[in-house]
Design a binder for this molecule. Structure first.
Ligand code: SF4
Length: 345
């Protein structure tokens, strides 16, 4: 093992930590039920609570070796429980919480360590010590850089022989994104475990309830002129998927934003709707919304009609109702629902 316990505790996703767990780890029964690991189990749940509430799995003391060991073993516990909660929004929120926590710690690390971590996460990098910068293979840069921001656009970067030169601080941002994606994928590929479900039954139940309350709040919250109940099935689907942290294709986001824009919702009101997504990033979403609504460009895009929605594969045909069959545009669906309600009064 190359790294010390303190480093492993701070970065439990590293290969060295996995190796440590493999070599020194207790049996799964000991970990889940043994008295010695009770603190690790408590911290595992704390990681999830913190990630859900604060967007960061949180800091704990790593002063003693026992502290560090408990921190290390809390990581697999948190992951197993997250899988057993079985909710995408919850898993996304947790993955982001781990990545943000690692990012904050990485900001204080030395360049060579950052290069090693990025390589473990398949970001090909090299430290140019004499220049005090890091070069990143351009494909990896494009995969993880927030290129919607001016500073991160390729035209504003110095590129040489397939490598982009970036500052030492900037590599931590690429690591954050790569780690978030990796943890999400890992959680998605795991199946819930019966023992975990039994040992953590009350916590799993509590997390499921928290997620349900959160979802209900979103569904019931009237935003400006928007009534969730009157949305057509296609928009309800896109909205729910965004808020559940699912991968929504670009056309889905485009259709929803242009639809909301047609309902005269302001950029801030649209952002409020998106802000419930587990991986919500205000600046990024604002940029995308303003581009579609025309506030940052010369074009305001029109909301697509039902034919186009079907062509893009974002009209959920199986959920179409009677009203869907009478109209040809999601906006007509929404206004027809309003009219029906008005006529009832
Ligand atoms: S028919 Fe139109 S309004 Fe209804 S779900 Fe499909 S796209 Fe939406």
């Amino acid at each position: 093992m190359v790294r010390d316990l303190s480093t492993l505790a701070k970065y439990p996703f590293l290969n060295d930590t996995k190796q440590f767990i493999k070599e020194n780890g207790p049996s799964i029964n000991e970990l889940l039920e043994g008295l010695f690991y009770e603190r690790a189990r408590t911290i595992g749940i704390e990681r999830l609570d913190n990630a859900f509430k604060n967007g960061d799995v949180g800091n704990r003391s790593l002063a003693s070796n026992t502290d560090r060991i408990m921190e290390i073993f809390s990581y697999p516990i948190a992951r197993m429980v997250a899988v057993s909660v079985g909710n995408n929004y919850f898993k996304r929120r947790y993955a982001l919480g781990e990545a943000i926590h690692a990012y904050k710690n990485l900001l204080n690390e030395r360049p060579n360590f950052l290069v090693d971590v990025s390589k473990e996460l398949n970001i090909y990098t090299e430290y140019l010590e004499n220049l005090g910068i890091i070069k990143v293979f351009f494909k990896d840069y494009l995969r993880y850089a927030p290129t919607r921001y001016k500073k991160w656009k390729m035209v504003n970067r110095d590129m040489d022989d397939g490598y982009v030169k970036i500052s030492i601080r900037d590599i931590t941002r690429l690591i954050l994104e790569s780690l978030r994606i990796r943890i999400e994928k890992e959680l998605d590929s795991r199946k819930s475990n019966k023992t975990i479900e039994k040992v953590f039954s009350s916590e799993i139940k509590r997390f499921k309830e928290i997620v349900n309350v959160h979802r209900k709040k979103i569904e019931e919250a009237p935003v400006g002129k928007l009534s969730y109940e009157k949305l057509p099935p296609c928009m309800k689907d896109i909205l729910t998927a965004i808020q559940a942290g699912e991968n929504v294709p670009h056309m889905g986001r485009f259709a929803l934003v242009s639809f909301l824009n047609s309902l005269q919702l302001s950029t801030n009101e649209i952002l409020k709707i998106f802000s419930n997504a587990p991986d919500y990033q205000e600046e990024r979403t604002r940029y995308q919304v303003e581009h579609i609504t025309g506030s940052s460009s010369s074009t305001s895009y029109k909301s697509p009609g039902c034919d186009k929605m079907r062509t893009y594969g974002i009209c959920p045909v199986e959920k179409m109702d009677e009203l869907c069959r009478e109209i040809r545009h999601p906006l007509s669906y929404y206004s027809a629902k309003w009219k029906k309600e008005k006529n009832k009064k």
